[in-house]
Design a binder for this molecule. Structure first.
Ligand code: PRP
Ligand code: URA
Length: 211
């Protein structure tokens, strides 16, 4: 019935910024700033379908019926921890969005994701939801986060990531064909411990400087 689309943000600024992020010598400060900047650029594309209405305004020259957002309710939902790095960029583009948090950790051996925290705006079921996380690797975390949002009644969900692996995209397309994916790049594959190749390493550790 649905056919989830993968939107790769094919833009020189995104490509350039991602290259700096991929470099293992990039500092925590620069990495964190770049996550936020690319978050802003991807949000620009991910909000392209927001409905507009018009309102009457007076310019200094004359009156006009001017376009204005139709007031859709949006929630940005970062997958903890690394998803937090993208929130600021989304909010700079959509300042009225609400923020819900979903905590997800992966069992280090099985790579199975578990929800350990979920705090959403009360009216989350009425909102368009943008789940954000820098990495879509096996897809396990995003898959579980989307399932949790659907369990809470959300029907319009998008997934925004910086780097995706083909395996993760396949996982989301198979389990959630109604969820469009917005990403800065699709990389080659996963390595044998579930990291994206070439990727950018452990996004959470690089954002928060924990390694
Ligand atoms: C990373 C990343 C995603 C997940 C992707 O988080 O931010 O949430 O891995 O992997 P997957 O697609 O195979 O599920 P991680 O589990 O390292 O936690 P962190 O955000 O605390 O660093
Ligand atoms: N999580 C990360 O932070 N990086 C990867 O490459 C895969 C999962």
């Amino acid at each position: 019935m649905f056919d989830a689309k993968v939107h790769v943000i094919d833009h020189p600024l995104v490509a350039h910024k991602l290259t700096i992020m991929r470099n293992k010598n990039t500092s925590v400060k620069d990495f964190r700033e770049l996550v936020s900047e690319i978050g802003m650029l991807i949000t620009y594309e991910a909000t392209r379908d927001l409905p507009l209405t018009t309102k009457h305004i007076e310019t200094p020259i004359c009156g006009m019926e001017a376009p204005t957002l139709a007031g859709k309710k949006i929630a940005v939902v970062p997958i903890l921890r690394a998803g937090l790095g993208l929130v600021d960029g989304v909010l700079r583009m959509v300042p009225s969005a609400r923020v819900g948090h979903i905590g997800m950790y992966r069992d280090e051996e099985t790579l199975e994701p578990h929800v350990y925290f979920c705090k959403m705006p009360k009216d989350i079921a009425e909102r368009d939801v943008m789940i954000v996380d820098p990495m879509l690797a096996t897809g396990g975390s995003a898959n579980a986060a989307i399932a949790e949002m659907k369990r809470r009644g959300c029907r319009h969900i998008k997934l925004m990531v910086l780097v995706a692996a083909p395996e993760g995209i396949e996982c989301i397309r198979k389990n959630h064909p109604d969820v469009d994916i917005y990403c800065g790049a699709v990389d080659e594959k996963l390595n044998d411990v579930g990291y994206i190749m070439p990727g950018l390493g452990d996004a959470g550790d690089r954002i928060f400087g924990t390694k």
